[in-house]
Design a binder for this molecule. Structure first.
Ligand code: AP5
Ligand code: ZN
Length: 226
């Protein structure tokens, strides 16, 4: 199955997608994670993407479409995949539909995480990520064990550690109030119109609720394991 997990910055795409992977056994393809890895590795794509990402704008369609085209050709995508952060423009959606049609596939469901803009700043500014795995935490809403162990430090934590590896967590360079304004503008003007394009397969989820309630709602709209 081809599942798109959709929503504004901070909606919970990266939080919920790994649970879908666990349930359906299909990989999560997150263009944001792939682009950040390319920036960190200093590749050609990384150099071309960095400025747009830091400011909160979109990377060009050509770059992300090429990344996805290569990635879905891999063996582990044969039974389907979860797209997180892609497509993000109507152009990307059309290219995706073409690529899928060639494989005899289509987007089965767009899981649309709906959260009012007013809640997103708190989610974004409190996020801490484990770069290597893409796992994300939140200082208040989803603290790692290292923080739960010393609740007194919860107010303004300076260092946090990943539950699984013990490695240090970091904050994303685009997780600032300023970049969030630009990211939200890009979302409303360029990305949200995609919902119209996929309207027959869109499943709306109230993602303002807490993480476990959101997951319960997502589970109810997922296809069954192939
Ligand atoms: P990308 O990495 O995709 O960022 P984004 O879309 O802005 O989304 P986020 O990762 O910020 O949010 P999320 O929904 O994953 O939230 P999360 O689960 O972590 O893209 C980054 C950049 O790359 C773009 O700006 C662009 O430049 C470029 N790019 C990527 N793809 C592109 C494309 N296709 N085309 C062009 N450019 C592209 O949750 C956020 C926080 O909230 C966490 O701390 C989490 O713990 C917490 N949280 C999650 N759920 C809840 C809940 N229910 N209640 C309370 N807290 C919660
Ligand atoms: Zn994400």
């Amino acid at each position: 199955s081809v599942i798109v997990i959709f929503g504004p910055p901070g909606a919970g795409k990266g939080t919920q997608a790994p649970k879908i992977t666990e349930k359906l056994g299909v990989p999560q393809l997150a263009t944001g994670d792939m682009l950040r890895a390319a920036v960190a590795a200093g590749t050609d794509v990384g150099r071309r993407a960095k400025a747009a990402m830091d400011s909160g704008g979109l990377v060009t369609d050509d770059i992300v479409v090429a990344i996805i085209r290569d990635r879905i050709a891999a063996k582990d995508c044969a039974r389907g995949f979860i797209l997180d952060g892609f497509p993000r423009t109507i152009e990307q959606a059309k290219k995706l539909d073409e690529m899928l049609a060639k494989r005899g596939e289509k987007v089965d469901v767009v899981v649309s995480l709906e959260v009012p803009d007013s809640l997103l700043e708190k989610r974004i500014c409190g996020r801490w990520v484990h770069k290597a795995s893409g796992r994300s935490y939140h200082a208040t809403f989803n603290p790692p064990k290292s923080l739960k162990a010393c609740p007194g430090k919860q107010a303004k934590p300076k260092r946090m550690f990943d539950d699984e590896t013990g490695e240090q967590l970091e904050q994303r360079s685009d997780d600032t109030k300023e970049a969030l304004v630009t990211r939200l503008e890009a979302y409303h003007s360029q990305t949200k119109p995609i919902l119209e394009h996929y309207s027959p397969v869109v499943a709306k989820i109230d993602a303002a609720k807490d993480m476990s309630e959101v997951w319960t709602a997502i589970e109810a709209v997922l296809p069954t394991r192939e």
